[in-house]
Ligand binder design. Structure first.
Ligand SMILES: [Zn+2]
Ligand SMILES: [Zn+2]
Length: 275
C-alpha cells in the first residue's frame, strides 16, 4: 500500500498502551508508506481530569528521536503530530503550545461539548439525536472560528460514532440533510481556509455493522461538491492491529466520489499522493 496513516496514538495518550516501535513495525508490515503519530492533548478534560494531558517535552523529544532513527535508515517515514482537543476557551493556550513545540501535523478535534465528551452516555440525556448532533456541530463551528492553527479537522461527525450506540443505528443515524446548513458552513470554512477534512476509519473498529468512516460518505460527497479536495486519512489506531483499518475499501469509495489525491503534513506543510 502506498498510503499513509496519519492519525494514531501510542502510550503517550491516556487511552493507549501501544509501544511506538510496535506501531511502526506493524505499519511497515502492512505496507504503508508512512505514519504520523498524533497523540492526544485535551486540556480541561473535566470528565477525567488529566487523562489526556500530554507530556509535551518528553513526547516531542522521544518521538522525534524515534522518528529520526527510522527516517534516516529506511524508505518508510514516521511523523510526529498532535491531536488537539479543541474547546473555544482553550484557543490562547493552544496557540502558545504550537509556538513552543513543532509538529508535523496537527489534527483539530472536537471531543468535548459543554464540558462533556459524547463518549459518555450522560451527554445524550434529555436530548434526541437531532438536538445532540446539532449541538455538536455548533461546537465544531465555534471551535474552528476560535482557533484555526490546525491542519486537518478530525472525525467531523465523531458524535454519531457514540450517538448510534446510544440511540440505536436507525434513530441515531446522522444524516447530512438534517444538518445541512451547519455542515455546509463548516465545510465551506475548511475550504476557504485551505484546511483538510480528515477521513477517519476508527468507526470500523470493533463494529462489524459500521458502513461509513467519520465523516460519513454523504458528508464527504458534499465537501467534494462544495469544492473540497484536501483530505487526510487515518485509522485512529490505539493498538497496532487497527493501523490502516479498512483503508482499501474506503479509498475505493473516495475515488468513486471523485477524490484523486490524499494529503499528509510534514512540518505543517501539505504533501499529496495520488490514489
Ligand atoms: Zn479524536
Ligand atoms: Zn484520535
Amino acid at each position: 500500500m502506498y498510503l499513509w496513516d496519519t492519525h494514531m496514538h501510542c502510550n503517550y495518550s491516556g487511552d493507549s498502551e501501544a509501544e511506538p516501535m510496535d506501531m511502526i513495525h506493524t505499519a511497515m508490515d502492512k505496507g504503508l508508506s508512512g505514519i504520523i503519530f498524533t497523540d492526544h492533548l485535551d486540556l480541561d478534560y473535566r470528565e477525567e481530569p488529566g487523562l489526556f494531558d500530554l507530556d509535551l517535552p518528553l513526547y516531542t523529544e522521544e518521538m522525534n528521536l524515534i522518528a529520526a532513527g527510522i527516517n534516516n535508515y529506511s524508505g518508510f517515514h514516521v511523523g510526529v503530530g498532535l491531536e488537539l482537543g479543541l474547546q473555544p476557551h482553550l484557543a490562547q493556550r493552544h496557540h502558545k503550545i504550537l509556538e513552543e513545540y513543532s509538529f508535523d501535523q496537527v489534527i483539530g478535534s472536537t471531543h468535548v461539548v459543554e464540558g462533556v465528551d459524547p463518549y459518555y452516555d450522560r451527554f445524550y440525556e434529555g436530548r434526541n439525536a437531532q438536538e445532540t448532533y446539532s449541538l455538536y456541530f455548533q461546537e465544531v463551528l465555534a471551535n474552528i472560528k476560535a482557533f484555526d492553527d490546525f491542519d486537518t479537522l478530525g472525525h467531523l461527525d465523531y458524535v454519531s460514532r457514540y450517538g448510534m450506540r446510544h440511540y440505536g443505528r436507525e434513530q441515531g443515524a446522522c444524516r447530512y440533510e438534517d444538518h445541512a446548513p451547519l455542515l455546509d458552513e463548516i465545510l465551506t470554512w475548511l475550504i476557504s481556509h485551505d484546511k483538510a477534512l480528515e477521513v477517519n476509519t476508527g468507526s470500523f473498529r470493533g463494529d462489524e455493522s459500521a458502513t461509513d468512516p467519520n465523516p460519513s460518505y454523504p458528508i464527504l460527497q458534499r465537501y467534494y461538491e462544495l469544492g473540497g479536495r484536501r483530505i487526510t486519512l487515518g485509522a485512529d489506531a490505539h493498538t497496532p492491529e487497527h493501523i490502516g483499518l479498512c483503508f482499501t475499501s474506503v479509498v475505493d469509495r473516495l475515488k468513486a466520489i471523485g477524490f484523486d489525491e490524499i494529503t499528509y503534513y510534514l512540518k505543517r506543510t501539505p504533501y499529496t499522493y495520488k490514489i
